[in-house]
Structures are given as C-alpha cells and as structure tokens.
Design a protein around this ligand. Structure first.
Ligand SMILES: NC(=O)c1ccc[n+]([C@@H]2O[C@H](COP(=O)([O-])OP(=O)(O)OC[C@H]3O[C@@H](n4cnc5c(N)ncnc54)[C@H](O)[C@@H]3O)[C@@H](O)[C@H]2O)c1
Ligand SMILES: [Fe+2]
Length: 407
C-alpha cells in the first residue's frame, strides 16, 4: 500500500475512534487535593468498607519514609496494611505477578499505589489481574480488562504521568524488549489523593524528567487529531503550568507552590491524554526505553523536539497556540515562527535541566525494530498530526544519535 493510501486509511480509522472516545462516558477518580488529601482518602477507603489494603510501592519510597508516613495514617483510620515494595521503574510482568501473589497472601480487598507512574501502573494491573484470570501480555491493547478490577486507589509522588486519572498502564516485557500499553477505562483508579507536599523530596533530575513527561502529555494531546474542546482546555492549562512551575520545582524542591502546581499540571495532562491519547514521542520513547533502560520522562524529553520538528508542517497553528498560551513570542509573529519558538523553548528547558539533546545509547542495528515497534504501537490508537511510514520513522530515530550519522 502506498504511503498516501496508508495515511488516509489510518486517518479514517482514527476519526471513528475519536467519535467513540468522545461519546464514551469515562469515570473519573474521586479526587482529594491538598494537605488533607491523604487523610480524606483514608477515611473514604474506610467508608468503602475496606479493612485490609495492599500498598504497592517501591523500595526507595519505603526508604525515604513516605510509605511509612501514609501507612501510619491508614492504620490510625483503622485500615490494616501489607506493603509490596518490589516495583522498579518501568514495572515488568514478573514484578506485577509477584505483587498479585502478595495480594492473595495478604487477603487484602483493595490496592493502594503510592509512588510515581511505575507503582501506580503496577497496582492497576495487580488489581485487574486479580479479577481477570489471563496472562498480562494478553491485556495489551484496548479494552481487554473485561472483568474490571478490585477497588484501587492512588497517591502519586511524582508530577509526570498523571496515571492516577488515566485509563492506561505501561508494562515492560524484557523478553520481547518492549513496553506495552494496556488501555481500558476499567483501570482508572477509583479514588486518588493529590498533594504536592509528597513530592518535595523528589531529586531535581527526577523532577525535571517527570515534569517533561507531563509536558509531553499536554503537547501530544493538544496536537492529536483526537483532541476536542475538553482535552484542549486541559492540555493548554497543563502546558502553561509546566512551563511556569517546572523550572521552579527543579531549582528548589521545597517550593510548595511549584510542587502543587506541577501536581495539578500532571493531573490535567493525564485527563487530556485520557481522551486525546499520546503520539509518536511516546511510542518511540517506549521502544527506546525498553531496550536501553532510560527513564520514561527523560526519554520523552529528548525525543519530543525531534518529533515536533517532523510534525510542525501539519500542526503549526496548534503549536503556535501552545506558544501563545505559554507567553512565548509576540502577536506580530507568524504561526510557523511561534511553532519554532515553542520547540526551541523545549530544547532550552531540556538544556537548563541537564537533559541531553541526543540519545547516545542508540545503536544503528536496532533502528529498524525501534521504528517498527513505535509505528505498531501508534497504529490504530493515536491520532498523530503527521503520519510516518517505516522509512521516515527510521530517519527520525537515527537523528536522535548524530554519532551514528558521522560513523
Ligand atoms: N499510566 C499512564 O498513563 C502513564 C503515562 C506515562 C508514563 N507511564 C509510565 O510510568 C512509568 C514512569 O513513572 P514516573 O516517571 O512517575 O517514575 P517512577 O514511578 O518510575 O519513579 C522514578 C523514581 O523516582 C523515585 N521517586 C518517586 N517519587 C519520589 C519522591 N516523592 N521522593 C523521592 N523519590 C521518588 C522512585 O523511587 C523511582 O526511583 C513508566 O513505566 C512509564 O511508561 C504511565
Ligand atoms: Fe508519558
């Protein structure tokens, strides 16, 4: 099939998907915000009749005392807890299965994630797996969680993924060197507590990388062909908040105003991708991270300017709208100039956070499979503004490592 025909077919499919997603009512988690959020969530879990909870987190969060602090609040409310802290960044099938085993051993009736996207996604799949007796690989794709999940709650400790509100969970499959996405409204957490104060201990490098993930969500959702007025509102506000507050949160981790606003930005960007989806930045990034094990937000931050340069001929007006929203440029400048300024600003933010411009781990021999994996993941799911075929995607991926071009 020719490139033009493929692109037309793809766009028609995405147009149908857009209609379905706009019309489909999606549950939102009941949200508690601010300094009393965790306490209110604990009371609400109790009101749900839950007596025993499995906390899903990671060892680092246990070490810094965040898990203990929240566990204490739950126990004070009269809820018994067991902690599974075996989740690592980019959770694998095995880590999720081990969490499921703990759930069954502890006889917990519900799951509470405490952490970034990794523990939240792992907890979603543990809660879904306990009701759906099928291999996790078979949950990949859309609408495969037919039996729903047990009660699942989330307390995010990073401002990046927005996973506390999204219908997605990303799982690493080391055997297949890929990350796959489970997309199903049934994995949206039932309740969540959002408190920027839980993020003040996040190191600057992780603050920067996770914050750039939130920006990627806002930008990809805003540029998506699946975007509509509600997702646009969320995406624009999220992009503005990240541009304004991420530099402050990175410079001073204890800046509570910046932390609260980044938590809000991450949540809004999560709402935006819930209906509009992400795009090639994410699909290329997933395929890089599955091979070379780089952090999700960092990988997105490196890939984003390259994908935007490729896409801008088809979405200059929307990039310009993002620029205006973020106070970049002035009224006399054309859409194309503003689009370029917006992409430049992303490059400048990356540089100021010490995020490299290029992806030097990339090996030439892996490029065809990375491109194939990225296109497969995007196909039939994401409404990207400018379609790529295998050749174009390989060229873009190769540009991520200029050392390969001079070799
Ligand atoms: N479900 C979704 O919608 C969605 C969207 C985007 C990304 N993801 C996935 O989420 C994962 C990435 O999540 P992430 O970027 O939030 O990072 P993460 O959960 O992997 O955490 C990164 C590191 O930060 C540490 N950390 C987290 N909170 C901390 C705190 N408050 N203080 C000190 N250290 C802290 C963790 O211990 C970990 O070492 C990836 O697997 C990605 O693919 C999911
Ligand atoms: Fe992301």
């Amino acid at each position: 099939m020719s490139f033009a025909l493929q692109a037309t077919f793809y766009r028609s499919y995405i147009a149908i998907l857009k209609l379905v997603t706009i019309l489909m009512p999606l549950r939102k988690p009941q949200l508690f915000k601010g300094e009393t959020a965790v306490e209110e969530l604990a009371q609400s879990i109790l009101a749900d009749g839950i007596k025993q909870l499995l906390i899903v987190s990671d060892a680092q969060l246990v070490k810094v005392g965040l898990v203990g602090q929240i566990e204490q609040q739950l126990q004070t409310a009269g809820i018994g807890t067991t902690v599974y802290d075996g989740v690592l960044p980019d959770p694998t099938i095995d880590q999720i299965e081990a969490g499921l085993y703990q759930l069954q051993q502890s006889q917990a009736e519900a799951v509470l994630a405490i952490g970034g996207g990794s523990p939240i996604d792992a907890a979603k799949v543990i809660a879904a797996r306990s009701k759906n007796n099928k291999p996790i690989r078979k949950m990949a794709g859309m609408f495969r969680i037919t039996r729903g999940m047990i009660p699942m709650y989330a307390i995010p400790t990073t401002a990046g993924t927005g996973s506390e509100v999204t219908p997605g969970a990303v799982v690493s499959d080391p055997e297949a060197t890929l990350k796959f996405t489970i997309i199903d409204p049934r994995v949206i957490p039932h309740k969540a507590a959002l408190d920027g104060a839980l993020m003040t201990g996040l190191p600057a490098t992780i603050t920067a990388a996770t914050g750039m993930d939130a920006l990627t969500h806002a930008v990809e959702a805003y540029l998506s062909n699946n975007a509509y007025w509600a997702t646009n509102q969320h995406a624009l506000k999220a992009a503005q908040l990240v541009m304004q507050y991420l530099p402050r949160a990175v410079a001073d981790g204890s800046d509570l105003e910046a932390r609260h606003n980044m938590a809000e930005a991450s949540h809004l960007a999560g709402l935006a991708i819930t209906k509009a989806g992400v795009g090639y930045v994410h699909t290329i990034s997933h395929n890089l991270a599955a091979r070379y094990h780089t952090a999700h937000g960092l990988t997105n931050a490196i890939v984003m300017p390259h994908v935007l340069d490729y896409s801008k001929s088809k979405c200059a007006a929307r990039l310009a709208r993002l620029a205006r929203q973020c106070d970049i440029g002035n009224a006399t400048q054309s859409d194309l100039e503003l689009a370029d300024l917006f992409i430049d600003r992303i490059r400048q933010m990356n540089a100021s956070f010490g995020i490299p411009q290029h992806y030097e781990k990339l090996k030439a021999k892996d490029i065809p499979n990375i491109a194939r994996g990225a296109l497969n993941e995007a196909r039939f799911t994401y409404g990207v503004p400018r379609y790529m075929d295998q050749g174009r995607c390989e060229t873009l991926v190769q540009q991520l490592n200029p050392l390969l071009q001079s070799a």
